[in-house]
Design a protein. Structure first.
Length: 200
């Protein structure tokens, strides 16, 4: 597509690098920003610069934080005896949105994937082991990783690493989504649902 301005072309190219944004969406966003007051666009640019320059990762759980230790790790209302292990920060947000979990977290920063060149040493696994080893308070580790081969491999690796410690290791239930019909559920999910059945 030909653009009348090199500045627009450059802005579109940068916006199109964002996940889920194609060239057409990038064009709409750039044109929308041009229609806004200059102060609005400046506020967006400042917010992004501040985000990039000042965001931190929690020294305890590796969640995104404004401070050295995140608000979840600092909270006395959270149950420090339970740690939910997740792949990345988006998973923390998803679990927090359920308002059903009141423990703390540990963000691995990925999952073991030899094809992608990601091994255990590339993740925050040793930090988790140190947390469990050094803190006699932790009673349960919930492994909340994707139900993929890589996720299962990572979960298996974690359970082996944590085996020497007196902690209960659990995984999130996997099964039929609420409100769905059995006939439309794939065989793997349905099979897991039957294996992980609960007493009524």
């Amino acid at each position: 597509m030909a653009y009348s301005s090199k500045l627009i072309e450059q802005a579109i190219a940068e916006v199109a690098k964002l996940p889920g944004i194609g060239k057409k969406s990038a064009l709409r966003i750039v044109l929308h920003l041009l229609r806004q007051e200059a102060t609005e666009t400046s506020l967006l640019a400042e917010a992004l610069q501040e985000l990039r320059g000042n965001i931190k990762y929690c020294a305890v759980c590796y969640n995104i934080s404004d401070d050295e230790v995140c608000t979840i790790c600092r909270s006395h209302r959270r149950d420090g005896a339970i740690i939910c292990v997740v792949e990345d920060i988006r998973d923390v947000m998803a679990i927090e949105n359920t308002e059903q979990y009141f423990g703390k977290y540990h963000v691995l920063g990925g999952i073991i994937s030899p094809i992608d060149g990601i091994g255990p040493e590339d993740l925050n696994i040793e930090a988790l082991v140190k947390r469990v080893a050094g803190d006699g308070q932790i009673k349960e580790i919930i492994i909340a990783l994707p139900s993929t081969m890589e996720g299962d491999t990572t979960a298996f690796y974690l359970s082996k690493k944590l085996q020497p410690y007196a902690v209960k290791i659990t995984g999130i239930a996997r099964g039929v989504p609420v409100g769905s019909e059995l006939e439309y559920t794939d065989e793997v999910t349905l099979g897991r649902s039957i294996l992980n059945r609960v007493q009524l």
